[in-house]
Design a protein around this ligand. Structure first.
Ligand SMILES: [Zn+2]
Ligand SMILES: [Zn+2]
Length: 273
């Protein structure tokens, strides 16, 4: 099953959660912000479908060079889920540390609100940023590309549920899984929280690779990005960082500076130079 279809099939559940949160915790919502999130979700689904249509034949060429033939079974699917979640961690960590990838991912972080609709706030530029490259090892191992992208979609679907302020800490679940508490930290710009908790489904990767921080009740999360964007325009949300990235690269006077502008640690598009 295709990525878009999986997410479409689950979408009534997403809207139920948004509806409940909206009516019960109205203060967590701002209509223009949620409208922008919804437009961005549709744009993201659109470009993702186009990118997959273009890339799928190439993934099957790559699949010809696979190391093994991985049959579909409970065990191989469990391994696929773990492996994809591990790769997602590195994709996400790279997205916060490499300007070229942040230019796309920043869209997801550029809201100062945190509610279930924030999960919809995605970038239509992910195919250009190179998200798909991170899934290619699974194809080379021998997972059918269609299986790989189904697992990618399920991981994303899980992440919908961690975008909320209305769920506190979840006891033992916090030890193993990415939770609303862990993901609030991820969306926060407080010095204590920034660039932490990159988890998709399992929080164990952050704990293993040193990027885990627990939400501290004494330090309330301040959501958004360094140099807040202050815009609900989906076009601005999608492209402001790309414009900044290209301007910064153009201004660079050496190859080293150009490389740093493109692939170094991101700088804020809202900082005046
Ligand atoms: Zn992120
Ligand atoms: Zn998020």
């Amino acid at each position: 099953m295709d990525v878009a279809l999986i997410l479409l099939a689950i979408s009534p559940i997403f809207w139920l959660f948004i509806g409940y949160e909206f009516f019960k915790y109205r203060e967590n919502y701002q209509l223009k912000d949620s409208a922008a999130n919804t437009v961005l979700a549709l744009l993201h689904q659109g470009t993702d479908a186009i990118a997959l249509a273009i890339l799928m034949p190439w993934f099957y060429v790559l699949y010809e060079y696979r190391l093994w033939d991985v049959e579909v079974s409970f065990v191989t699917m469990l391994v696929a889920f773990l492996l994809q979640d591990f790769l997602y961690y590195w994709f996400h960590r790279a997205s916060h540390n490499i300007h070229w990838m942040w230019a796309a991912h920043v869209a997801h972080h550029s809201s100062t609100h945190m509610n279930y609709s924030t999960a919809f706030r995605q970038s239509l530029m992910y195919p250009i940023a190179g998200m798909w490259i991170f899934w290619t090892p699974m194809i080379l191992i021998g997972y059918d590309p269609k299986v790989v992208f189904a697992v990618v979609a399920l991981n994303l679907a899980f992440q919908f549920f961690v975008h909320t302020k209305i769920v506190g800490k979840l006891g033992l679940i916090e030890k193993l899984f990415n939770t609303p508490s862990h993901h609030r930290v991820h969306h926060a710009i407080n010095p204590k929280y920034i660039d932490r908790n990159y988890a998709g489904v399992l929080i164990i990767w952050d704990k293993l690779f040193g990027t885990y921080v627990e939400e501290d009740e004494q330090v309330p999360c301040e959501f958004g990005i360094v140099g807040q964007l202050n815009s609900d325009n989906p076009i601005k949300i999608s492209f402001h960082q790309w414009i900044h990235l290209f301007k910064q690269t153009k201004r660079a006077t050496s190859w080293r500076a150009r490389y740093k502008a493109l692939f170094g640690y991101p700088t804020s598009s809202e900082q005046k130079h």
